[in-house]
Design a protein around this ligand. Structure first.
Ligand code: S3P
Length: 165
């Protein structure tokens, strides 16, 4: 059992992942936290000091390591499926679930979020909405390769378990 939650920033991967892991009685790992612990740096520090390309390499390495873990739910970073052949790796290693959430909801959540996200730092609501629209178009190519997709942010855990079993 190995489940990868994928989707845009603010789609609720960590929140749902944590709940789902408790429900299934398995371990939960948030990939961004894993990368931070492994590198002894926060995600914003990695972006600022080493750049996005280096971050993507560290993200890939984390994914390779986590793909060896069993009985686990993994909340991936929003960009993770969209670089290298990461989506293929995840599809081969486990069940992938795309949290496909309305861009307006994403923008609202991201405006309120306290998590520092280098890619959207300092953007106004209008800038954020167009950034989400632009990047989602490209990212959906990857996200939509997930084996399962949910569009309902408040899906019940029973329904989710049913969907992926
Ligand atoms: C990113 C999403 C972030 C984090 C990094 C880059 C992205 O994770 O990995 O800031 O490219 O969408 P969350 O989706 O958990 O915010």
């Amino acid at each position: 059992m190995r489940i990868f939650l994928i989707g845009y920033m603010g789609s609720g991967k960590s929140h749902l992942g944590w709940k789902l892991s408790n429900f299934l009685g398995v371990q939960f790992v948030d990939m961004d936290n894993y990368i931070e612990e492994r590198n002894c740096k926060t995600i914003p520090q990695i972006f600022a000091e080493e750049g996005e390309a280096e971050f993507r390499k560290k993200e890939r390495k984390a994914l390779e390591e986590l793909s060896e873990f069993t009985n686990i739910v993994i909340a991936t970073g929003g960009g993770a499926p969209c670089f290298f052949d990461n989506i293929d790796l995840m599809n081969e290693a486990g069940k992938t679930i795309y949290l496909n959430i309305d861009p307006k909801i994403l923008a609202d959540r991201l405006m309120k979020s306290k998590t520092e996200r280098p890619l959207i730092k300092g953007k106004s609501k209008t800038e954020l909405v167009s950034f989400i629209d632009e990047t989602l178009k490209k990212r959906n190519e990857f996200y939509k390769q997930a084996k399962f997709q949910i569009t309902e942010p408040d899906i019940s855990l029973d329904e989710l378990k049913e969907l992926i079993s």
